[in-house]
Design a protein around this ligand. Structure first.
Ligand SMILES: [Fe+2]
Ligand SMILES: [Fe+2]
Length: 328
C-alpha cells in the first residue's frame, strides 16, 4: 500500500466500474453491436470490442467484489463515474441501467458508509453509442441527483487539502449538444450555469494556501474549466486532477500524442466529439491529470486496478499515489 506516514489520510480512488445488474446482463454481451445498423461497421466494432476493449462488458460486476475484498483500511473512497453499463444508451433513467447503478453504489455505500464520494460520469446521463443511437436525458439527471442521491458538485476538506468532485458532462455541455434533444437543451444550459456558479464560488472562496485535488470523470471538461478565469488563476494550487473515462493508460498515451489534431467532422457525431476533445487536449496538462483506469481495464492489456492516495493534512509533502493492479 506504499509508504504510510503516521498522520497521513488514505483515499482510495476507483473509476469506470461499469457494473451490470441482472436486467442489464439479460440484454447479452452483443447489446452494443445489435444497435449498429451497418454490417461492415458492426463487424469492425465486434473485432474491436472482442480483442481490444472489453469482450464481456456486462460481466464486470465481480471486479467490484474483488476491489471490496482487496482494499485495506482507508479513510475515504472516491469513485470517479460510470457506474452502470448504460446498455440502453439513455443513462440511468433506463430502469435496467438504473438498477445496475443502484447496486454498484449500494455495495460501496454498504462498505464505506458516508466516507465515499461519487463523481458523475457521462454514462450516468446517457449518450450516443459509438456507431449507433442514444441520448443524454434529463430524466437520467433526475435519477442521478434524486434517486441515486449524487450531488453534482462536492468538496471534502482534509486539512490543507480540498478534494472537489464535479460533473464533467455539464462543464463540457457544448460538446454534448448533439446527444441532447432540442426540447431539453434549455434546461441543460440552465443546469450547466448553476453548476459553473458552484464551481466558481468554490474557487473564489478557496484559501490561497489550500491544495486542490480535482475529480473530473471526462477530461473533455478541462479546456472549459481552463476558460474560467477564477479556475485558471488557481491552477498552481491544483496539485492533481483525477480523470477516468479513458479506461486505460494506452488511450492516455495516445491522447498525448494526438493532442492538438484538427477535429474530424465527417465520420459521425461520436468521432467528431472525440477528435474535438483531442484538439483541445493541450489544456489538460496544466491540470496535472492522472488517469484512474477502469476497474476492469481493457481486454487487450488486462490493466485494471485502483489507486490509493496518501494525503498529508499539513501539506508537508505532495499527495502520494500507489496503483494497485487488479487483473481480472
Ligand atoms: Fe467508462
Ligand atoms: Fe465515461
Amino acid at each position: 500500500m506504499g509508504l504510510h506516514v503516521p498522520g497521513d489520510v488514505t483515499v482510495a480512488i476507483l473509476s469506470d466500474v461499469h457494473y451490470a445488474g441482472a436486467a442489464e446482463r439479460a440484454r447479452g454481451d452483443d447489446y452494443e453491436l445489435r444497435a449498429i445498423p451497418n454490417p461492415l461497421l458492426r463487424t469492425f466494432a465486434h473485432v474491436y470490442r472482442h480483442v481490444v476493449w472489453m469482450r464481456h462488458p456486462l460481466d464486470q460486476a465481480p471486479q467490484l467484489d474483488r476491489f471490496l475484498a482487496d482494499i485495506g483500511s482507508v479513510d475515504y473512497v472516491v469513485a470517479n463515474g460510470d457506474y452502470s453499463c448504460d446498455s440502453g444508451f439513455v443513462g440511468v433513467s433506463d430502469p435496467a441501467a438504473g438498477q445496475s447503478a443502484q447496486e454498484c453504489l449500494g455495495k460501496l455505500r454498504a462498505k464505506f458508509g458516508d466516507r465515499v464520494r461519487f463523481a458523475v460520469g457521462d454514462h450516468e446521463l446517457g449518450k450516443q453509442a459509438l456507431f449507433g443511437s442514444g441520448e443524454m436525458r434529463l430524466a437520467s439527471w433526475r435519477t442521478v441527483t434524486e434517486t441515486l442521491g449524487l450531488p453534482p458538485f462536492w468538496q471534502l476538506v482534509i486539512g490543507r487539502y480540498t478534494l472537489m468532485g464535479m460533473t464533467s458532462s455539464l462543464v463540457a455541455l457544448p460538446v454534448h449538444q448533439p446527444d441532447t434533444s432540442p426540447a431539453e437543451w434549455p434546461e441543460w444550459l440552465r443546469l450547466r450555469e448553476a453548476h459553473l456558479a458552484e464551481i466558481r464560488a468554490a474557487f473564489e472562496a478557496l484559501p490561497s494556501n489550500q491544495r486542490v485535488i480535482l475529480f473530473c470523470h471526462d477530461p473533455t471538461a478541462l479546456p472549459f474549466l481552463w476558460r474560467e478565469e477564477c479556475v485558471r488563476r488557481r491552477l498552481p494550487q491544483i496539485e492533481q486532477t483525477i480523470i477516468g473515462h479513458l479506461h486505460t493508460q494506452l488511450i492516455m498515451w495516445k491522447s498525448r500524442v494526438l493532442s492538438g489534431i484538427p477535429p474530424i467532422r465527417f465520420m459521425g457525431h461520436a468521432v467528431s466529439r472525440m477528435t474535438a476533445a483531442l484538439h483541445e487536449a493541450h489544456h489538460w496538462w496544466p491540470f496535472h491529470v492522472r488517469l484512474c483506469p477502469a476497474l476492469s481495464g481493457i481486454e487487450l492489456l488486462n490493466d485494471g486496478g485502483y489507486f490509493t492516495m496518501q494525503i498529508d493534512p499539513a501539506a508537508g509533502h505532495p499527495a502520494q499515489f500507489t496503483f494497485h493492479p487488479l487483473p481480472r
